[in-house]
Ligand binder design. Sequence first.
Ligand code: GLA
Length: 368
Amino acid sequence: MQPMQSFQQIFGTVPTVEAEAPGRVNLIGEHTDYNGGFVLPMPIPRTCRVQLRLRNDDRVHVWSANQGGSVREYRLGQEEPLADWLDYVQGCTTVLRKLGHPLSGFEVHIASEVPLGSGLSSSAALDIALLRALRSAFGIPISDLDLARLGQRVENEFVGARVGIMDPLVASVGRPGHALFVDTRDLTCRQIPFPERGEIVVLDSGVRHRHSAGDYNTRRSECEEACRRLGISQLRDMTPKDLDRIEALPEPFRRRARHVVTENQRVLGAVAALEAGDLSALGRLFDDSHVSQRDDYQVSVPEIEVLVALAHVESGVWGCRLTGGGFGGSILVLTQAGQGEAIGRRIAEAYGRNTGRQIVPLVVGRSA
Ligand code: GLA
């Protein structure tokens, strides 16, 4: 991020509306949301903050502290995907206008603490923060749940990333210190307090992904093809007793489907473990989830494997896994409360020696 310039410094006036939304760490349930399955994300104490002031014309002026450079500009009704960060803003105005909400132009200042492309859902944090600000600036009557649905439409219909509902949903309705158990088939949600005894350390590999760039969408198409071959509408329809049918599929559909079916079971196990405060059981599920993502869903990269191996060397670690969409991004490590910072620092130092990349661990727990 370049030195932060204020809204007033950029636009010569003060903002009238402010809103923010957090990034998230997904505890478990990866690539299950667009398959109608279960997820268990938790907000992180890093947010995207937007400040906004309405204009009297149809122009949108945007400045982002994370991107630097000059103020970007477009006209409402003339949104065009550019394959860069402005698409998230253009996508928000496009979906609101499509729903018939009259908008005027505005000036917006964006500053995010969620590292971009790190698997911590920086884009959903931006979508939801901006949609919240627009909801209040224009008095749009829309619930938090519908705001999350709109966030997903921004990504699917404008940005071109065929992501699921998990990230905008937790950015919109998640509570700090609580995991959000979601059944993505009907969007029923349960807030589960994260146990006081535990802590999550998030380590960002520094390897960046863009979900609109291809691999993520390919995985999604592979799941759709697996469904077609199995004669079902979503992989959620399969349970462990259907694994024999899945074993008969050709590759890569066999591995993809097997990951989704087994991952859904692991999420249910993780919810039970969280509610019972059984952190060693939770850690084992994290480890199993990682192996399934690496071998069956094939979304890991060498730097992530270095981080996971370093985490396993630490004695106070219950389990760890790649979190988020993959192809780079972050791992999470489950440790005892109070130990996360030291463990995270040791892993980060060793990772720096191995790869030359400097990373800063982030600790997330009950109180944050
Ligand atoms: C990204 C997407 C989510 C989800 C995860 C993988 O974060 O935005 O919808 O599919 O990948 O679990």
